[in-house]
Write a protein that binds this ligand. Structure first.
Ligand SMILES: Cc1cc2nc3c(=O)[nH]c(=O)nc-3n(C[C@H](O)[C@H](O)[C@H](O)COP(=O)(O)OP(=O)(O)OC[C@H]3O[C@@H](n4cnc5c(N)ncnc54)[C@H](O)[C@@H]3O)c2cc1C
Length: 404
């Protein structure tokens, strides 16, 4: 067996999982990352509570990968949400299932998990080189890096695993700069687009004064035949939140095509139209709109200005009209927030460029995993699960390719 190291570029969750998998088989591993410290996006992900995976039935879980489902069916079945939880527990990080079925570390944080993980990798002999930005290959096929000490060449890779991330939150390291290197090598790439990001709405100033920063709880968003229950937040530029993130792909496509998209908010999803109308009809019409919505339907304060914002000249005193708006408030979104603040990105290496080992067909010995591949999934733990599962699969692919 050769002692040539497996080179992993990118020390996010996908790269670290690939490193652990290869090191566990006793092979030498070196990880290179451009940033001064590893897994910065994972740490940021932990700020709002690290949602590591989801507890729903596996078939439903896998359906979340949309167009990339055929690949992720294989990857996630080989490393399931239950495996991921067991892996966390193995690092001394206990997890729990939240009320929505999402899985979190007990501490909610990523830092404890990352610390334990890096310690394990160190114990496995994995060498981590930070501040090493991958710049491509030289004429002799050696990997090249820029480092504070100057250019570095690595010529003896047993195999190379790319885990360079997507292009959202570029300041955390994954800036998509690698695309020019792979493009030059003829690797087919899809342009990066924001995913799991807020949508723009041209609010009136009066509405923002009343509602900016307010949550819209227990609502449902419908678009293109799909309805997603959840919660949204009113932001200065529009709306954000899981219920919209889950509709990222069709909304983005509609905005690309038509410049805007019309979605519908159901402000009272646990009642049908007749029940809503019935309740509204029992409240004196002389009451103010906020009072009627509160008394009849227990709707919170931002709902009344929200209804007004999109009611046009509808007669809100008529309970039938108001019930229609409560059950299907038409909201036009005119754009999507940029990659800078998107939770993830779509685009990257087209899946057709990979063989079943996650090796790039045109670059023998080069494997790719994580968010740099062209797939997207909603928030809910599907992103990290996808990164972990693909990191592990690419590592296994590389081991098999080298005959290890
Ligand atoms: C605010 C926020 C919250 C999130 N919350 C969640 C959550 O709760 N649950 C969830 O499932 N997902 C969440 N995500 C998404 C998740 O963090 C990412 O999908 C995941 O980190 C992607 O992992 P990765 O290993 O593919 O890439 P990354 O984590 O982006 O890592 C890529 C690494 O490659 C390095 N790199 C890039 N280019 C080069 C180069 N040329 N040379 C050397 N190194 C390079 C980068 O420095 C980086 O360290 C969140 C993301 C954000 C931004």
């Amino acid at each position: 067996m050769s002692d040539r190291p497996f080179i992993i570029i990118g020390a996010g969750p996908a790269g670290l999982m690939a490193a652990e998998t290869i090191a566990a088989s006793g092979r030498p591993v070196q990880i290179y990352d451009a940033m001064p410290s590893p897994a910065r996006k994972l740490l940021i992900a932990g700020r709002g509570g690290l949602n590591i995976t989801h507890s729903e039935p596996l078939d439903r879980f896998i359906s979340r990968y949309g167009a990339a489902r055929p690949l992720f069916d294989r990857l996630v079945r080989a490393f399931t949400p239950a495996d991921l939880r067991a892996w966390c527990h193995g690092l001394g990080v206990e997890t729990f299932v939240g009320s929505s079925g999402r899985v979190f570390p007990n501490s909610f944080k990523a830092s404890t998990l990352l610390r334990a993980w890096l310690k394990r990798l160190e114990g496995q002999g994995v060498r981590l080189f930070t501040r090493h930005r991958w710049t491509g290959w030289d004429a002799d096929g050696a990997l090249t890096f820029d480092s504070p000490a100057g250019p570095v060449r690595v010529s003896d890779a047993a195999a190379t695993l790319l885990a360079l991330g997507g292009a959202s939150w570029p300041r955390l390291g994954s800036d998509g700069g690698w695309t020019s290197i792979l493009k030059e090598r003829g690797v087919p790439l899809a342009p990066f687009r924001p995913s799991n990001s807020g949508f723009d709405i041209a609010w009136t100033p009066g509405f923002l004064e009343r509602a900016e920063g307010q949550p819209l709880k227990r609502i449902a968003v419908s678009f293109a035949g799909r309805t997603v229950p959840g919660e949204l937040v009113v932001t200065r530029s529009g709306l954000e939140g899981g219920a919209l993130y889950a509709l990222s792909a069709p909304l983005r496509e509609a905005i690309d095509r038509e410049g805007q998209a019309l979605l519908h908010l159901d402000l009272k999803p646990d009642m049908n139209w007749a029940q809503v109308q019935n309740r509204l009809a029992r409240v004196p019409p002389a009451d103010s709109l906020p009072n009627r919505l509160r008394k009849a339907l227990s709707l919170s304060p931002p709902m009344a200005p929200l209804v007004r914002e999109f009611a046009g000249d509808a007669d809100l005193n008529r309970s039938t009209v108001l019930a229609g708006l409560v059950k299907a408030l038409p909201v036009t979104v005119t754009g999507m927030r940029g990659l800078d603040r998107a939770i993830s990105s779509a685009g990257g290496i087209k899946l057709a460029a990979l063989d079943e080992k996650l090796m790039l067909g045109d670059l023998p010995g080069v494997f790719a995993c994580g968010e740099m591949l062209d797939w997207e999934a909603p928030t809910g733990g599907y992103l990290l699960q996808g990164c972990y599962a693909s990191g592990r699969a690419a590592a296994r692919g590389a081991l098999a390719w080298t005959g290890a």
